[in-house]
Design a protein around this ligand. Structure first.
Ligand SMILES: Cc1cc2nc3c(=O)[nH]c(=O)nc-3n(C[C@H](O)[C@H](O)[C@H](O)COP(=O)(O)OP(=O)(O)OC[C@H]3O[C@@H](n4cnc5c(N)ncnc54)[C@H](O)[C@@H]3O)c2cc1C
Length: 415
């Protein structure tokens, strides 16, 4: 009997197990076990999408991915969002997409996605072994081909490294994938936190809790690296919210200290319109400057922008000079905030970096260096934007590995 081990019972590992057994024609020919470090599988899945699990995105395209996205193309095209949705439909789980293409379970509960995978694994006879941490991996030759030996004990005909990245270690992921990969002779691109908030230098705490829709630019060494739009969340340490998290991986990988985020705090108006607006306010408003922008933004944001331009918030709007108005207009459209760093792995949703994809086959996920060893999910050097793209990659790459192992078993039987 062909024995396969999947190291890691997360999104990619569970999808891999289901796809593998479903692919094998004669189910008696295979024994699949999922080895999970934590007492239960899929702990991270439960917190995805704020507890709703944004399991894929209908608009999945390579532009939503970073790292080695060309490598990702094969698995993403073999197992696109529609295929992953059908994969879940077959387990009885139905989904709904929002206007941005983000797909959630109809139940709006992440637990139903995990349950679908868990129950399907149980139905298919997958052995789930929890509280099992794989810390060692090696190969051994045998008459029936190369075996993968885990923890110097268990011998398998194939093994899949599906133990995720380093983000959010409270959910079981503290970088074991990389140790196992290196042990097997693989290169690992240094992992860094991605989809994470940013610490800012000397940032005001007064904005804590304020949210504002902004155009966001990331500027490193004077050059624009990334542009985005969406709701920025101000915190006591700096900046958060989806547009900030999306650009955080570029901050993580940059060695520079010259990093700024420039916020356009009034993206609905162009610069000329803002200048006109300010001039009109000066004509009509005899009140305090702290209230001057109340018609277009949060009052606290107005106060901070005034301070940034050295305008006293208790001065009168009608007493502002042309020069004050010009400075204020420029700051409203381009408030440059100095970034200290990206927050750490504990706060990150995903990892950028990981297994060097060039050492793997993009269709099967099998190692080009170690026969019968596979890798999938976040452990690889691929990270996606917010919006379901990371789970899409986890499910697609896990299924690609599972399908490839299953087909090998079928082919061996036909010989
Ligand atoms: C708060 C949060 C919200 C998120 N929301 C979304 C979202 O809505 N949509 C989206 O697309 N992505 C989301 N993500 C990202 C997504 O969850 C991950 O990219 C995805 O789960 C990665 O799948 P994986 O199988 O590679 O790894 P994981 O799902 O992290 O699973 C790895 C598993 O391996 C186990 N393991 C680790 N080391 C070992 C070992 N040595 N031996 C045995 N087992 C081991 C771990 O305990 C874990 O169960 C979110 C992430 C976080 C932290």
């Amino acid at each position: 009997m062909f024995k396969a081990a999947i190291i890691g019972g997360g999104a990619s590992g569970l999808a891999c197990a289901v796809e593998l057994v479903n692919t094998v024609k004669n189910k008696d020919d295979v024994s699949v076990c999922v080895l999970e470090k934590l007492p239960r599988v899929g702990k991270k899945l439960l917190v995805t999408g704020n507890g709703r699990c944004n399991l894929t995105n209908l608009n999945t395209g390579l532009s939503a991915y970073r790292g080695d996205r060309e490598f990702a193309e094969t698995a993403l095209s073999h197992f696109p969002p529609e295929s992953n949705i059908k994969f879940f439909n077959a387990m009885g789980l139905y989904t709904r997409a929002d206007e941005e293409g983000r797909v959630y379970p109809l139940s709006n509960q992440a637990s139903s996605v995990l349950d679908a995978l868990r129950f399907e694994c149980a139905r298919l006879g997958v052995h789930t072994i929890c509280d099992y941490r794989a810390v060692h991996i090696k190969t051994a030759d045998s008459a029936s081909g190369q075996k993968i030996i885990i923890n110097n004990r268990e011998r398998f005909d194939a093994a899949v490294i599906a133990c995720g990245g380093k983000a959010a270690k409270v959910h079981g992921t503290d970088g074991d994938s990389y140790d196992l990969l290196k042990m097997a002779g693989h290169r690992v691109i240094p992992p860094v936190p991605a989809l994470v908030s940013l610490n800012c230098e000397n940032f005001t705490k007064a904005l804590k809790g304020v949210r504002s829709v902004c155009k966001v630019k990331l500027i490193i060494d004077g050059g624009q690296v990334y542009e985005n739009y969406g709701e920025v969340q101000f915190t006591d340490y700096g900046l958060s919210g989806i547009p900030i998290m999306q650009l955080s991986r570029f901050v993580s990988v940059s060695p520079s200290n010259d990093i700024y985020v420039a916020l356009d705090t009034a993206p609905d108006f162009d610069s000329a319109q803002i200048r006109k607006y300010l001039a009109r306010r000066r004509e009509a408003d005899r009140g305090l400057c702290e209230n001057m922008l109340g018609g277009i933004m949060h009052k606290q944001l107005c106060i901070e922008l005034m301070k940034e331009c050295s305008i006293a918030v208790n001065s009168r709007v009608n007493e502002l000079s042309d020069c004050d108005l010009e400075r204020l207009a420029a700051t409203i459209k381009n408030w440059k905030i100095k970034i200290k760093n990206a927050r750490g792995f504990d706060f990150a949703q995903v990892t950028a970096g990981g297994a060097d994809c060039s050492q793997f086959d993009s269709a099967t996920m099998e190692s080009k260096l170690v026969k019968n060893l596979y890798c999938c999910g976040e452990a690889m050097n691929i990270d996606g934007d917010c919006g379901g793209y990371n789970l899409q990659w986890a499910f697609s790459s896990g299924r690609a590995a599972g399908r490839a192992i299953g087909e090998r078993i079928n082919n061996a039987e036909n010989k």
